[in-house]
Ligand binder design. Structure first.
Ligand code: IPE
Ligand code: IPE
Ligand code: MG
Length: 240
């Protein structure tokens, strides 16, 4: 962190980032889309380290959505290869960083080798006490809510719960992010201004910052800027 970085206030507890724009970054350079994913994956490391260094408590990064399977098979397999490579590196990489890595999304859809790596990364980083990094992989807000509804329905069917016991807190407790604070801020680079199925329930009162920057070009200083913008917002939560 640049010494004395001015955030215009405190660093928010929980920030989400929709890592978008890899394909366009590559296209601009006359490269295949997968080159954009490689550059984006490198940036994922830089930004994660930086976020931990400024004292963020939770960082949630959207890496692959439930809808991203609809991309050409070659792009999907290139992404899977990258994920595997990054999981392997993460095992050594984040070791000395005090970062706890968690996966949110349906990781059962991934190939056995990737699933093994995911389990290993989660397990080996579990004792870490610093920032929690949530990696959203095969994640969709609707799929997450559907899964929660099924789990709750199952508990009702077994007689462990009554319909009137289903509160907002109960629903939150059945999401992948159970026990974590809702994101204060979600940042979307790339120029798109939409949520694309990210943290639908959790973002009820989240502040959004959109940047016309492609993810591989997104710098630590852009994160600082997003935090400053956030700190100038007036969060009212429906009040006055
Ligand atoms: C984000 O970049 C990476 C994933 C969704 C996996 P994109 O691949 O969506 O890049 P653009 O939006 O096409 O530029
Ligand atoms: C959102 O980006 C998902 C991730 C960044 C992982 P997309 O590129 O898939 O979203 P759309 O299609 O522009 O909404
Ligand atoms: Mg995109």
């Amino acid at each position: 962190m640049a010494e004395g970085t001015d955030f215009g206030g405190a660093v928010p507890q929980h920030i989400g980032i929709i890592m978008d724009g890899n394909g366009r970054w590559a296209k601009k350079r006359g490269l295949p889309r997968t080159a954009g994913h490689t550059a984006g994956a490198q940036n994922f490391r830089t930004i994660t380290r930086y976020a931990a260094s400024i004292g963020m408590k939770y960082l949630t990064l959207y890496a692959f959505s439930t809808e991203n399977w609809s991309r050409p098979a070659a792009e999907v397999s290139a992404l899977m290869r990258l994920f595997r490579q990054y999981m392997e590196e993460a095992l050594t990489d984040f070791m000395d960083e005090n970062i706890r890595v968690r996966f949110i999304g349906d990781t059962s859809a991934f190939a056995p080798k990737l699933r093994e790596l995911i389990a290993e990364v989660e397990e080996s980083s579990a004792p870490k006490t610093g920032m929690v990094l949530n990696l959203a992989m095969n994640y969709g807000g609707r799929a997450e809510l559907t899964r929660a509804m099924r789990q709750i329905g199952e508990k009702i069917r077994r007689g462990e719960m009554r319909p009137e016991d289903v509160t907002e807190d109960v629903i939150s407790a059945h999401l992948y992010t159970a026990g974590q604070p809702d994101p204060d801020l979600v940042i979307r680079p790339s120029g798109e201004e939409r949520i694309s199925n990210f943290l639908l329930w959790q973002s009820a009162y989240t502040e959004f910052v959109y940047f016309d920057i492609l993810w591989p070009d997104f710098k630590s200083s852009d994160l600082d800027e997003a935090i400053r913008i956030f700190n100038h917002r007036n969060r009212r939560y429906g009040g006055v």
